[in-house]
Design a protein. Structure first.
Length: 275
């Protein structure tokens, strides 16, 4: 699979190199922010390179993006310098993956290390068709549909990622509220950025590909910043969990506006392998 993705990246890089200034002839998108518009218009369908790698608006850096730390992105930029032109797309992809995993592992507490030593992937709740917890839902790479309303925002993902309700009416988190896998989310705007604060979260798999887990009462702050042309949504995700991480884990990834995409909810048996 990694070889296939790398080949797709390589082919797309060739297409990017052939683009000309003809692309500047596009009509202005109605989503472009003006000084008078507030809050940012983030409603709609947003995709990552995992499902929309052929989209012409990705940058070269985007093509190698992941749920990465800022240090990993710095390393990626170094790999994309001319002196590294001898590296293939697959080699760059694997170097980024390895660097990112090490950067995350360096933040593990002994509790996380001990837990991973005995964790059996066969115990993944999604195998039994249980929906993902909030962290795994946030970091899921499939498309998301954002429904933006004044008092609340609904984020709808695909597959076993869970629908989320973000309260935008100024309420706080319930005191002594029950812990759930999806937690309790409140949000507000800071200029062109939507900020989401989620608390009251129960222990769960935080991200299966990165093999990270969260403890009870972990917390997350998400920041989604809309680009000036309204076509890119940069996400920054901060996981605050002193039980599992020595310091907050901060990951980033950009999504692109893809109104032509529809959500696909595959039956659970095709995900889990059950019949």
């Amino acid at each position: 699979m990694r070889h296939t993705n790398a080949l797709r990246i390589q082919n797309h890089l060739l297409r990017l190199s052939s683009l000309t200034l003809i692309a500047l002839g596009f009509s202005l998108d109605t989503r472009i922010l003006t000084a008078q518009e507030s809050p940012p218009a983030i409603g709609g369908m947003w995709s990552t390179t995992v499902t929309a790698i052929e989209h012409p608006d990705w940058t070269v850096e985007d093509l190698f993006a992941c749920n990465c730390t800022s240090e990993t992105y710095d390393h990626l930029r170094e790999l994309l310098l001319p002196e590294n032109d001898h590296m293939s797309a697959l080699e760059i992809q694997e170097a980024v993956r390895d660097y990112n995993r090490l950067a995350i592992r360096n933040l593990y507490t002994q509790e996380q290390i001990d837990y991973l030593a005995i964790y059996d992937h066969a115990d993944d709740p999604s195998i039994q068709c249980e929906y993902f917890g909030v962290f795994r839902t946030i970091l899921h790479n499939d498309p998301i549909l954002i429904e933006q309303n004044q008092d609340q925002i609904i984020i709808r993902p695909e597959d076993l990622a869970a629908d989320r309700v973000v309260y935008m009416d100024g309420r706080g988190h319930p005191e002594n509220g029950p812990l759930t896998a999806i937690g309790h989310s409140i949000g507000w705007y800071e200029g062109s950025t939507l900020v989401i604060d989620t608390a009251n979260i129960s222990a769960s798999i935080a991200e299966d590909a990165l093999n990270i887990h969260n403890a009870d009462n972990a917390r997350t702050i998400e920041r989604y910043t809309l680009s000036e042309d309204g076509k890119r949504l940069h996400g920054q995700f901060t996981l605050i969990d002193p039980v599992m991480f020595q310091e907050p884990l901060v990951l980033e990834r950009t999504r692109i506006f893809t109104p032509e995409v529809n959500l696909i909810d595959a039956p659970c048996e095709s995900i889990s392998g059950e019949m």
